[in-house]
Structure formats: C-alpha cells, structure tokens
Design a protein around this ligand. Structure first.
Ligand SMILES: *Cc1c(COP(=O)(O)O)cnc(C)c1O
Length: 257
C-alpha cells in the first residue's frame, strides 16, 4: 500500500503484533484451514461457507492491514464504531455488515453505508430500515435473529415467532431476507451450543430461507458441522479483545457468571 500507515501504539503492537498484515494473514489462513476441515468432516464443500471477519474494537488504521491479507468485508456490532471505520476506510472497496442489535432510531446511519444486517428482530425496525433504504435508493440483505439459547439477555425472536415474522417481510421491498442468525449459548458444554445451532437450522428449513449465520471464534467449527453457511469470526483473526472492552452484547458472560 502506498498510503503512509499510522504508527501502532504499544498496546496495538501487543495485540496485533509488529506486522499486523502478517498476523492477520496467518490467522486468516488458520481459520480457513479449520473451516475446510469442518466442512470435510460434515461432507460439505468449503465453498458453501462464507467467512465474515468481525472487526469490532480493531481501529481503522490497524484494520487497513487486513485488506492486503485478503479481507474485503467486515462485520461490526456497534453502529457508531462501524460508521467511523467505513468513513476512515472509504478509499478502499469494502463491504460492511452490522451484526449486532440496532435501535430503530439508528436505522438511518446503517442505511448510509451497510450492505447487510444480521440482527433483524422486530417489525418496527424492519419498517424503519425499509424506509431509510428507500431514501438511499438501495436494498439491504437481512438476516432474522432468533434467540435459540432461551437466555433473557439475548436479543432475537423466540423460535416460535420466526416463521410468522419471516412471512411478513415481503411488506418491506427494500429488505432482502437472506437467512437466519443466532448467537449460541456461551457455554463450554458443546452439546448445549450445538442444540442452539440445530434450532436455527430447523427454523431455516421451516422458513425456506437460504442462509444460516451462526458460529463465532469459540464455536464456528461446530456451527459448520450443524449447517452454518456464514460464520462470524473476530478474535481468531484479529486477536483477543482487550479485557476492558467489556461485554459486546448482553449475555456475553458465561451463564454461570
Ligand atoms: C463479536 C461478535 C462475533 C465474533 O465473536 P468472536 O469471539 O470475536 O469471534 C460474532 N457475532 C456477533 C454478533 C458479535 O457481536
């Protein structure tokens, strides 16, 4: 890249290494390798699984190094943070996904720059996104979030409400329903984690939608074995988020915490 890069701070060197481009490329290769292995175990072609890198907490000047490593799309869960990065990196041909809960009054921000939204869970939000996308003259790929863990603290529709919700989406012509999304329970018990993925897969089959957005750094291989077509992986590519960055969604802490 010809641009002069902003120097890394000590904390950034600690997290991302002296050469973030090399760190990200190596991590990405490892994740892709694991995706291929999980696909092989499940008897699925690796081309069926899309890796969506989740770049929350990675500052734009560091995230730039992910582009030569081969990443051209990023997922973020906070709209302000995402918008700032999209602006700072506007010189690059990137696609932005919002994967976290969004309040209806923030839909206008999303409509300005995002191509995809993974956390649709209310008709009010659908109506507002539709209106804002109409104003921008664009369509938005959407994924309906289901709460498959039964945890109060998690966003998303009750599984029993998903089919009726999906049936209403044609009322919003600027939204293109692409699939379902979930966050599995945060638990070391992989059977409980897989049970969440299986619920989403059953809902996908019921609704006839195409994609299953499920699986993160701790559970994406299991998610692929259970049918994921999009995995949202952050820390395995960009390194562990600093402890002080806080829970990035309610219900993040282990259920016994
Ligand atoms: C942060 C986040 C991820 C990725 O989690 P990692 O542990 O960094 O892989 C996936 N999905 C959502 C909705 C997130 O907020």
């Amino acid at each position: 890249m010809s641009e002069v890069q902003t120097a890394l701070t000590a904390a950034e060197r600690e997290r991302f290494g002296e050469d973030p481009a090399a760190t990200f490329a190596a991590n990405l290769a490892e994740v892709r390798h694991r995706i291929e292995a999980a696909c092989a175990r499940a008897g699925r072609p690796a081309s069926e699984v899309r890796l969506l890198p989740i770049s929350k907490t990675v500052p734009a000047h560091v995230l730039r190094h992910a582009v030569p490593a081969g990443m051209t799309e990023f997922g973020e869960n906070k709209i302000q943070e995402a918008m700032g990065k999209a602006e700072e990196m506007a010189d690059l041909p990137l696609r932005w996904s919002i994967v976290g809960h969004l309040q209806s009054n923030k839909a206008k921000f999303l409509a300005r720059f995002a191509t995809e939204f993974h956390a649709l869970d209310s008709l009010k939000l659908a109506a507002e996104l539709n209106r804002r996308m109409e104003a921008e003259g664009r369509d938005l790929d959407v994924f309906v979030q289901a709460n498959t863990s039964g945890e109060e603290s998690k966003f998303g529709l009750e599984p029993a409400a998903v089919a009726d919700f999906v049936a209403r989406l044609p009322e919003f012509p600027r939204l293109r329903p692409r699939g379902l999304m979930t966050l599995a329970i945060f638990s070391p018990d992989m059977e409980r984690v897989r049970a969440c993925f299986r619920i989403l897969r059953r809902l996908r089959d019921e609704t006839g939608l195409e994609h299953l957005s499920m699986g993160m750094s701790g559970d994406y291989e299991a998610a692929i074995e259970e049918g994921a077509t999009i995995v949202r992986v952050g820390q395995s590519i960009f390194g562990a988020r600093p402890a002080g960055s806080g829970p990035y969604w309610p219900g993040f802490l282990p259920d016994n915490a």
